[in-house]
Design a protein around this ligand. Structure first.
Ligand code: URA
Length: 239
């Protein structure tokens, strides 16, 4: 692919802007500055540098972010800064066939929820991960207002009825991790599900953190930080 088209596909601006970056000496491939915007490169394993920053070529982008509290998972946030402001501009600007541009969050976390958020520009992946048939477990670390009783744990496991559906929703797993700490695993993603499930058993969520999706764990990614997902990471997200 021509270098100008490579940069365009990765979100570095219009073809004219990408050609300008190259012609002005801002782009290196394999450590060499390339001034010819039409020079062709093999995409397999390609890494390039734009204005001193190293980038891998990614036909589609898959990322994980440690969402900090006080951020909204919306492109047009109403009150809090958008999580998208935590990503570099090329990831937000990658061209797409659909009306939306750049990577999108796979589902949403509430403004005050922290932890693991996936983002991608692969619409099929978003659809698959969000489908109720795709039962990928999501693990939440819950801090509660009131002490957790054995009865609360057994009700969360056997199923509670929420206000928008008569069918009970169950936790796939639920362990007390402290007096006010619960580890809850869900395979669905209903609106405010954890908060509503805890309210249904007479408790209240004080803090909520998603630590794991499928076999993918947040580990030591600091709040506000993101990283690319590799093939092994993606394999961990299969149900
Ligand atoms: N459940 C909630 O209540 N909030 C979230 O952000 C995620 C799951």
């Amino acid at each position: 692919m021509r270098l100008e088209d490579i940069l365009f596909s990765q979100g570095f601006g219009t073809r004219r802007v990408c050609a300008g970056l190259i012609q002005q000496g801002h782009v290196q491939v394999n450590g060499e500055t390339v001034l010819d915007a039409g020079q062709v490169f093999d995409l397999e394993g390609l890494r390039f540098t734009v204005q001193g920053e190293d980038w891998p070529f990614a036909a589609q982008a898959y990322l994980m972010l440690n969402k900090p509290a006080g951020t909204e998972c919306s492109q047009k946030p109403s009150t809090w800064p958008s999580v998208y402001t935590l990503l570099p501009a090329p990831l937000r600007q990658r061209p797409q066939k659909a009306a939306v541009q750049g990577v999108q969050a796979v589902g949403r976390l509430d403004q005050d929820t922290t932890g693991l958020l996936l983002l991608t520009d692969d619409g099929k992946f978003i659809h698959k991960m969000s489908s109720p048939k795709h039962h990928v477990p999501k693990v939440y670390e819950v801090t509660t207002k009131h002490p957790i009783t054995p009865d609360m744990v057994s009700r969360l496991l056997s199923g509670v009825v929420l206000d928008d559906d008569p069918r009970p929703v169950k936790a796939a797993a639920c362990e007390k991790a402290g007096d006010l700490q619960l580890r809850l695993t869900l395979t669905e993603g209903k609106y405010h599900q954890v908060k509503r499930m805890l309210a249904a058993v007479g408790n209240r969520v004080e803090a909520l953190h998603r630590s794991q999706i499928g076999g993918l764990v947040l580990n030591d990614l600091a709040p506000g930080q993101w990283r690319w997902l590799n093939e092994q990471d993606l394999a961990l997200l299969k149900p």
